[in-house]
Design a protein around this ligand. Structure first.
Ligand SMILES: [Zn+2]
Length: 368
């Protein structure tokens, strides 16, 4: 589970908003094993999400912008080693990607595609459907960006790319879902593969349910599933496989709100992510066998903005209160990020690691 661009102070700010300075913990704070990871990429002290997620997915350092592909060695990425998701699939497990950004964004892409640039959105989705054959894909629809990718001369051009990919998905046996009710229907009908590209604007530029709650704004599109609801749906679909599953869940827009130095948005997105963590923890707790067999790993890919809490001083902030905060800037930063985990392999995560080490721990519990 990836809270993209989330530093430690962001957790404190969200917790205080939810419960007050002296209140209980968020769900994500209850994971018992704590570690740290360094995040630099192959070419930069400060990483981007593409290189960071590729390091987790492949166990090697990549250059910023690369999606599980060393482009200097092979710009078409024909001969790459498998990602951790592809290894899980090869071991007979089911696989899923659940995000609040567009489904082709850098973090999910690094687990299920190999391309020289994160901008290759259409090619990334084609690889999800045809190459890595991810079982459950839930997130925002394809945006307008990301089509400039001369290394992959796909046979269709924008604006028809989206339609062509939907057609390809149907051909490959995916049930296409577009809102909460069609998602529920697909679960009820026990569909083997699901592609959910939800309201494009809702996920591209819009708000999550949590942000609307903060604003006390009632216009949130009821039809749009929250991150927690998409996560619950994915668990229901993936747990049908008795051999288990690999699932990536990303709170994609904690990063975006830190880039914008938007404190309300940042708090809302951390809380939306925490709801998804709560969903996973409840699923795991429901059966002892699940708890015994499931590694849950919460790992921010990097910090964004360098956020710090500066007040209030001299009194305790109450629930519902937005603390005083400040950012050091608007870009990513190189501060180590906090790892939280539980389950098999988690004891190996209780120290300072490199982001490539997470791959090793995941690969080991997959039996590689
Ligand atoms: Zn970012």
């Amino acid at each position: 589970m990836v809270p993209d661009g989330m530093g430690l102070a962001e957790v404190t700010a969200a917790r205080i908003f939810r419960f007050g300075s002296a209140g209980p913990s968020l769900a994500l704070e209850t994971l018992p094993v704590i570690g740290l990871q360094r995040t630099h990429s192959a070419d930069s002290t400060v990483t981007d999400s593409a290189a960071a997620a590729s390091a987790w997915a492949m166990g090697e350092k990549f250059t910023n912008g690369e999606i599980s592909c060393h482009s200097a060695a092979d710009p078409r990425c024909r001969h790459q080693a498998p990602t951790i998701l592809e290894m899980a699939q090869a071991a007979g497990k089911s696989t899923g990607l659940v995000v609040t950004s567009v489904i082709s964004d850098a973090t999910p892409a690094a687990f299920a595609a190999h391309v020289h640039s994160r901008r290759c959105a259409a090619e990334i989705v084609r690889q999800y459907l045809e190459e890595s054959r991810v079982d459950v894909i839930l997130g925002g629809g394809l945006g307008r960006k990301g089509d400039f990718c001369p290394a992959y001369p796909v046979s269709f051009e924008w604006p028809d790319k989206r339609a062509a990919l939907v057609e390809l998905a149907t051909e490959k046996g995916y049930a296409r879902v577009i809102d909460k009710s069609s998602l529920n229907q697909a679960i009820k009908e026990n569909k083997p593969k699901i592609l959910g590209m939800f309201e494009q604007n809702g996920k591209d530029r819009g708000k999550t349910a949590e942000l609307f709650r903060i604003d006390a704004f009632l216009g949130y599109p009821e039809k749009e599933p929250t991150l927690a609801e998409m996560t619950a749906a994915a668990l229901t679909l993936l747990e049908r496989n008795r051999k288990g599953f690999f699932l990536l869940v990303e709170g994609s827009r904690i990063d975006w709100n830190n880039h914008a130095n938007d404190l309300r948005g940042q708090i809302a997105e951390v809380l939306a992510f925490d709801e998804a963590v709560k969903t996973v923890l409840e699923w795991v707790e429901a059966e002892p066998a699940r708890k015994e067999a499931t590694l849950i790993l919460i790992a921010p890919d990097h910090g964004t903005g360098g956020f710090a809490i500066t007040g209030p001083e001299g009194r305790l902030a109450q629930a519902g209160e937005i603390i005083d905060g400040a950012w050091a800037g608007k870009g990513h930063n190189a501060t180590d990020t906090l790892l939280r985990s539980q389950g098999p392999g988690s004891q190996k995560l209780a120290k300072t690691l490199d982001n490539t080490d997470l791959y090793k721990v995941m690969a080991e519990i997959l039996g590689y």
